[in-house]
Design a protein around this ligand. Sequence first.
Ligand SMILES: Nc1nc2c(c(=O)[nH]1)N[C@H]1C(S)=C(S)[C@@H](COP(=O)(O)O)O[C@H]1N2
Ligand SMILES: [Mo]
Length: 464
Amino acid sequence: MPLFIVHHQHSPETCPARDPAKGAMLLNHLSRPSAARHGVVIKGEAVVRGSHSLFFIAEAADETVLQAFLTPFRQAGEVEVMAASTCAGVVASGGCDARPAEVSAAFLDPADACQDAVEAGLLVHRVYPLNGETSVQDLAGGAVVPNGRFYLRNHFDIPNLDGESYRLSVGGLVERSLSLSMRDLHNLHAESLVVTLECAGNGRSLFGPAVPGEAWGLGAVSTAEWTGVPLIEVIERAGLRPGATELTFRGADGGLVEGHDAPIRFERGLSFDQIREAGALLAYEMNGEQLSSPHGYPLRLIVPGWYAVASVKWLTEIVVTDKPCEAHYQTEKYWYQWVRNGGDERAPVTLMSVRALISSPDQGESLPRGETAIRGVAWSGAGSISRVDVSLNDGPWREARLVGERRRSAWQWWELMTRLEQTGPLAVRARATDMAGRTQPERAEWNRLGYGNNSIHCVTAQVI
Ligand SMILES: Nc1nc2c(c(=O)[nH]1)N[C@H]1C(S)=C(S)[C@@H](COP(=O)(O)O)O[C@H]1N2
Ligand SMILES: [Mo]
């Protein structure tokens, strides 16, 4: 709904607040329930002390509705109504002078989506496309990250799909092409999996020299319980034709990208073996709630263990082929490009690297002397975590206790209790090792597009 700022002013002689009956009448009129009856939502009001001047921020379908509501204020003095925008709206439209962009019903309003992300506590990197990360302190705590605080990574506008008319099409080298409604999918056998998603660019801003791409800190990672249909069941229903080995997953989103003249769709591919091994899920619920539009409503792919680019949101088509997918985000992006021995070496971004993050203490936090808990999360795409070691002030590595359930594709919390005897700076480092025996490097190898930065996390606190 459009936003307005209202300014009401009256003369000191006729100040309605001095007359108990008039004051009460205006208070009641301005109350939230009374405003709602007039079709107005009041966001907050304040009187400027000593100036007989009242401001409030309100939403209404249009100015006429708001003006009708303001009648008692016009009788008491003057009223000025100014059209306004949220800060998110101004940034989304490109500045204070720009008119708000026309929003098509096929997409979420970027300003609204951004406002929701900011209110939920995400650290927004960009409004278009909407990208925001979770704060590292928010990672540990509950078994999963609350939906509003789950990081967001988009490449294009966020589709606003209609679940009623939505169909998932499965075609290509199959025995039977399928067109499945959400009702069809809900009628299939459902499974729930707790899965950590991490953006391959998580930690990119910590690479030096700087690399292009979204400058993520360390919070482009979150965990949720995803519910939906095992992908393999849908593929088996369609039936593979001889030679069929690969699947392409197409999202409803798309747009122009560098190096292409025509708009592209967001597409990724996996082999049949990869989806079977990973236990991929067609998810329609996130933490027990219907998937939200920013996270892929009504249906997304979840590929446990893989960097999250594989987990295609707003999934509308699955195409079965005999050749690997050659889409932009498969072949032109999401490749490690290391510079080794004077030449480039390339490898595709696949499973998540092993990594631990310290959620407590926070960078720069003051800790009292005495008993303290060092805490965090750790995960790996290659298997569950076997150990996490912590080093204080470059001292020896000490094994932390793993807390909670051990799951194949979800992060593991860890904790180390220690006594802090000395005041002064405290450098905390944490290093995870997975069941496959992989551990973290001191510094991850620099690569041109800044993927997979699993350098050992270090925070410095202050013991007081
Ligand atoms: N259709 C579509 N799927 C997508 C993306 C996208 O832009 N479009 N981004 C991918 C990337 S790079 C990441 S990190 C995850 C982010 O998922 P989230 O926004 O639910 O956290 O979605 C993946 N799936
Ligand atoms: Mo990502």
